[in-house]
Design a protein around this ligand. Structure first.
Ligand SMILES: Nc1ncnc2c1ncn2[C@@H]1O[C@H](COP(=O)(O)OP(=O)(O)OP(=O)(O)O)[C@@H](O)[C@H]1O
Length: 220
């Protein structure tokens, strides 16, 4: 399989593990996602969901087994295929003096030429963020900040979307909005890997793909 193999799975874990010191925080895990596929990663706190996403993002490397993203070892894919992966793992880096709308405009400008997603106004409306469009990140509530992070992450035209608990800090109404935004990404044929504790989001993704259940620490 070469770096240009377009038929390669978008995500492929083969018996991937991660150990910190003497503690195995990710038991051997395998997963294959082809283009347009989706998987919800579920499991209790500490079961390794974020660890798995970090491996797929190339932000960390497996202790054993392999993790390939876009046909490359994930760490190499991270450097060479930046434009193809968008991720919400540790919050969204923001500029304190750019408004919510200006962040989206920045993303759109940065990817001009291949950005075929909806306009900023429509995207803010879909995320129910129009009301805060002219506010700065520091002026947002924690739930607004999370929805802003999700909407901005999804506004990159990358074909692989990695989301770590996009529902966090959202109330039930905004969780529905978050589910709708993830659903739109799936409708657009993007490949989505999402770690979640939200049963609704898990079910949405399960209906379109698969569920990967990680075992509780101590029960591996
Ligand atoms: N750098 C590290 N050093 C040591 N242990 C770590 C490190 N990073 C993660 N862990 C441990 O790995 C385990 C899995 O963590 P991870 O964040 O992947 O779980 P999670 O399933 O995402 O949990 P949650 O649902 O609480 O977000 C945890 O027990 C955590 O303490």
């Amino acid at each position: 399989m070469t770096s240009t193999d377009a038929s390669a799975p978008v995500v492929e874990l083969r018996a991937a593990t991660r150990t910190h010191g003497s503690v195995q925080v990710l038991a051997p895990t395998s997963l294959t996602l082809h283009a347009g596929g989706a998987a919800a990663v579920v499991g209790p706190n500490g079961s390794g969901k974020s660890t798995l996403l970090r491996l797929v993002a190339g932000a960390d490397e497996p202790t054993s087994g392999s993790v390939r993203t876009l046909g490359l070892p994930a760490a190499r894919a991270r450097l060479r295929r930046r434009e193809d992966v968008t991720l919400l793992l540790d919050g969204l880096p923001t500029y304190r003096d750019l408004t919510v709308a200006e962040h989206l405009q920045l993303v759109s400008s940065a990817w001009a030429g291949r950005h075929d997603l909806a306009g900023v106004a429509e995207t803010l409306a879909a995320a129910e963020l129009d009301r805060v469009r002219d506010q700065f990140p520091a002026e947002l509530s924690s739930g607004e900040r999370q929805l802003f992070a999700l909407a901005t992450t999804l506004y990159r035209p990358a074909r692989l979307v990695l989301l770590d608990e996009p529902e966090q800090r959202l109330d039930s109404r905004w969780r529905t909005v978050a589910r709708r935004l993830v659903g739109r990404a799936l409708d657009a044929g993007r490949t989505v890997l999402v770690a979640t504790h939200d049963s609704g989001l898990r079910d949405d993704v399960a209906a379109r793909g698969q569920v990967l259940e990680l075992a509780e620490p101590g029960r591996r």
